[in-house]
Every structure is written in C-alpha cells, then in structure tokens.
Design a protein around this ligand. Structure first.
Ligand code: 6LW
Length: 541
C-alpha cells in the first residue's frame, strides 16, 4: 500500500505496481459494480447500515478511483431506521443506458420500507432520483441488463424453496420495462450455482459478448469459500450451460494464510481500448485470520478463451503482477484526501458516514471550526442512530487521533473515538465522568454484546484532550494526552488486540469504521462534545 508521503495527504487507493496484492479500493468496499461511458468508468459498492449510502467512484484507468458522490444521500430516499449491522443496502448494480445511469439494489431489514428498488441519474455524481420500489423482485443482489435489441432484463437471487440443501439459491430473470420501471412477463430460473451443493449463487450479472449471453455469479458464500462462476446461453432466457472449468476464479483453495482471501462477486467491464477487466471483492487478513478492513475492491484482467472469460490469465489470483489497463492520456493521479479534518468547511467531507438515517445530530456551526456531537441517549450498542461519525479503516497500520473538548457530568457520559464493527462489537476510547464531578479516560471493549471497561485513568477536570488509536496491525494502542500540541506527551492507557472487530470473529459482512462518538448511555443529557480536529494518518513502514 502507498503510505502517507509526508504531505499530510492520504492516498485513497493503492499503488498496484508497488503492492500487487493491493486492492484498488482499500477498506470496506464490497460487491463492486462497474460501468463504462466512453473513456470513463463508474463504480459503486454496498454500504449496509451506513449513510450516505452507495459511494460512486470515477476512474479513467480502473486503478485510480476518485469518489464523486453517493447514490443515496437524502434520508428521503431510504429509511435505514432499525437496520441492524450488516443489514441495509446490499449489493447494488450500476449500468448506463441511453444517457441514463441506473442503480438497482436491495434494502434488507429495518423498520422502514425495504426490498428492491431502482434509482436513476443523468450525472453519476448525482442527484439520484427517489427510489422506484419493485415489490415483485424477490431476494437480493438485483442486476439490470440492457440488451442490444432494445429489451432490458432484471436478475436477482433468492433462496430456493424448497431447497435441496441449506443456502441453495435461485438466480431468477424477468424482463424489465425501463419506461414503467417495472418487471414484466414471466419469471425464468437461470442458475443455481455451478457445483452440486453450491451455496449462495448470488451477485448475478448478465452480459452479451459476440452474440452470446453470459451470466457471472458468485457462489460459496461471501466469506472464505467465495468464488466466481460463469454460464452462457444463446438466448437470455436459457437454456444456460455452466463453464466446465467452474468456479473460474477463487482463492478458496489457497488457505487462510494467503494474503487475499474470499474473492468473488465480480462485475465485468469492456474498456474503450477493447480490454476486459473484472472488479471483485476480496479481504486481506492480518494478525491472524482478521480482515478488519472488510471486503475490499480488487481488479483483475480478463481475456477470452474458447468463448469463456478467463480471469487473471496465467496467474489465477488477485496478486498479479498484471500489466495495467491500456488507457489514452496521461497516467491518473491517485486520489488524495487531507489526513486532517479541521471541520472548517460548511459541510462534512463525503468520507464521513453516520450509522442509519435519522434526524441530523451533529453541527459544524454551533462552534465554528469544530464538529459538535451531543451526548445522545443512543449508544453504539443500539439499533438507533448513535452520535457517531466514522470513516472506513483503509490501512492496517494507521494512527487515528482527535482533539476533544468535553465536560462529562456522569460516569455514563462518554465522548471519544470509537472503532465500530457492529452493535455487538466495537471499541471505545473516551473521556467520561468519574462520578465525583471530575473526568477520567477509559477504554471499553464490547465483544459479542458484552461491554467491559478494560482500563481507565484520571484526567484533569477541564481542558482539551487528544485521544489516539495507534494501530500497528492488530495491536491497537489506546493513548491520551490532556493537552493540545503537535506532539503532546501521550500516555498509553492500554493496548487491545483488534482481531475481535473482524467479521470472522464478530460475524456480519463489514470492515470497521473509525470516528468520533458521544453518548450518555440511555440518559437524557444536555452535554456536548466538540471535536477540534480529526486525523487519520497511515503509518510509514
Ligand atoms: C451481498 C451478497 C452477499 O448482497 O453478501 O453473502 C451480501 N452474500 O452477495 C452483502 O455484501
């Protein structure tokens, strides 16, 4: 990975030439879907309970991706209320047809309207339309395919009922009417996975290549045994024939010590230069089988042999090395974001996410130059909207710090930094009340729903405090300094092994988010926490 280069900026992507195992979108960017318009490529990933939802990235060269907006950036579009961790916005598909961008996805769970919906935009940076819900599209992982004969089709995945085995799914197809934005005609069953006993044949995408139809699907579940399989047909409704070489791409046989595991859920793109590439998800465990960064987006070349796509030809893994995609024009610059956020702008940077939708809770104007968080009643353990703003962890070695000004009045009032995997699994380093009118700093681990304060120390009664989570791989050093300054004399309160925050330990589908957090743990509080700055700084080797 490309570390911070001392300019105070953080590369948002990875330098593939420098680190062939690197994803093109590090951090939790699963279920990538891509489309091309001329020389421009657009990519989206799934976001579950986080809002804004479904980031949109642009790239000319498929390697360097720049965030340009979000598909779901208005709470009026989707209600993520009550969505549990790893529910919410599942795999989405982006396509471009006749001057319009289309995204189709499924909202799983929650107390609001859920199911499959379609949104459109003329500019992929937005604004995106309000959803049109497809009540007759069962299951998850919907995709759209615009045929060259003017017809359009929708595929999706649902559990086979009755299934012959647990986790058996049906990939279904129905015609899609883009004018009515509705499914029409009968349902066709296309695919149940390549292997006998295949589980979770999902993430289906259709393509037409040289007059033949291709169906790409994931199978094996989105964890260690993930895989890509492919089928083809002369007619979109079938019959479909699987590639005898299926699964055509997987790392499932390479062991848990392989640098990248669980690859699958691919989408193909045909570039202006005539090359084929696939984006797909994979994870990089570190410090044990702990991929805290979640499922990331990788890129591999694709060629065609005997009428079938060949993934990472001659290599067979995401590790490469691969010749980069052929593109016209000068090489693309990596996207860089300043390491420090001073909260001086009129709006939050787009890399900040809240958990679920709900009334706005934070302010950039109450105290200019600060992010103000109320000590809200909701905590990270609740399926409400906690006063937490987070950004994805994108580096295995990173120092995350922030300057807090807070005067908690009771032991249950906490404000500090959190590392969030889910309601049940997160880590908090906070300034809290000490019950005697003073303050303390504490480290709290919530693992499988059980919270423990693992360390605490007294703090001066007033004044700002720097809190820092210094991640050296899975060693998370929890540090504090009750003064401001470039290098305040920090004390390490404790260190925690972060492995419990990874999805193999915690469950679910996600990587972790770091960010400021304030709570009164169910109590009503008028207290606020002001965050002067937040710093996300990858550590140089
Ligand atoms: C995604 C689906 C999956 O929609 O994980 O296990 C979901 N299966 O493909 C979340 O990424």
């Amino acid at each position: 990975m490309k570390p911070s280069d001392g300019t105070g900026e953080v590369a948002g992507g990875c330098d593939q030439a420098a680190a062939p195992a690197a994803p093109v979108l590090p951090g939790c960017h699963p279920d990538p879907s891509v489309c091309r318009v001329g020389d421009d490529h657009y990519l989206i990933t799934s976001t579950f309970e986080y809002f804004p939802g479904i980031p949109v990235f642009h790239s000319r060269d498929l390697v360097h991706w720049r965030p340009i907006g979000h598909v779901l950036d208005r709470p009026a579009q989707v209600d993520l209320g009550g969505v549990a961790s790893s529910e919410g916005i599942f795999a989405a598909t982006i396509r471009h047809h006749d001057g319009l961008f289309w995204v189709i996805t499924t909202l799983v769970g929650g107390t609001g309207r859920n199911g499959t919906f379609v949104v459109t935009a003329t500019d992929p940076a937005g604004p995106w339309s309000d959803p049109v819900w497809l009540d007759d599209a069962p299951g998850i992982d919907p995709s759209l395919f615009f045929d060259d004969d003017g017809r359009a089709w929708c595929t999706g995945t649902r559990l086979a009922e009755p299934g012959e085995w647990d986790g058996q799914t049906d990939v279904w197809l129905r015609e899609f009417d883009p004018v009515a934005v509705a499914l029409t005609g009968p349902e066709h069953l296309l695919w149940r996975g390549a292997l006998h006993g295949a589980v979770w044949a999902e993430g289906p995408h259709l393509y037409k290549v040289d007059g033949r139809y291709y169906l790409l699907a994931a199978e094996g579940g989105t964890e260690h045994r993930h895989a890509v399989s492919v089928a083809r047909a002369d007619h979109v409704t079938g019959p479909w024939t699987g590639n005898p070489a299926n699964p055509v791409f997987t790392h499932r046989h390479l062991g848990r010590d392989f640098p990248v595991v669980g690859v699958g859920h691919a989408d193909l793109v045909h570039t202006a230069a005539g090359e084929w590439w696939a984006v797909l998800l994979g994870s990089r465990p570190y410090g044990g089988y702990h991929p805290n960064l979640g499922r990331e987006t990788f890129l591999v070349p694709v060629t065609w042999e005997d009428g079938w796509p060949l993934f990472a030809p001659g290599v067979g893994t995401t590790l490469g090395p691969f010749a980069p995609p052929a593109v016209a024009g000068p090489p693309a610059e990596p996207y860089r974001e300043p390491a420090r956020d001073d909260f001086d702008g009129p709006a939050l940077r787009p890399s900040w996410n809240q958990v679920r939708t709900g009334p706005p809770f934070w302010s950039l104007t109450a105290r200019p130059g600060h992010l103000r968080l109320p000590l809200g009643a909701a905590s990270l353990a609740d399926t409400a909207t906690p006063c937490f703003l987070g950004r994805r962890q994108q580096h295995q070695r990173v120092s995350v710090s922030a300057l807090f000004d807070v005067a908690p009045r009771s032991p249950g009032e906490w404000a500090g930094l959190a590392v969030r995997q889910s309601e049940a699994d997160h880590l908090v380093l906070a300034v809290a009340g000490d019950g005697r009118g003073g303050r303390r700093v504490l480290a709290a681990v919530r693992e499988h729903g059980v919270q423990r304060v693992v360390a605490e120390a007294p703090l001066p009664a007033g004044g700002p405090v720097v809190l820092r989570i210094h991640a050296e791989g899975q060693r998370l050093g929890l540090r504090y300094a009750p003064v401001d300054g470039p290098e305040p004399g920090e004390t390490e309160l404790t260190a925690v092994d972060g492995g419990f925050l990874s999805s193999p330990r915690a469950g679910g589908f996600l990587g972790v988010w770091f960010g400021p957090y304030a709570t009164a743990h169910g109590a009503a509080s008028a207290g606020v926490a002001d965050v002067d700055w937040f710093d996300y700084r990858p550590l140089t080797p």
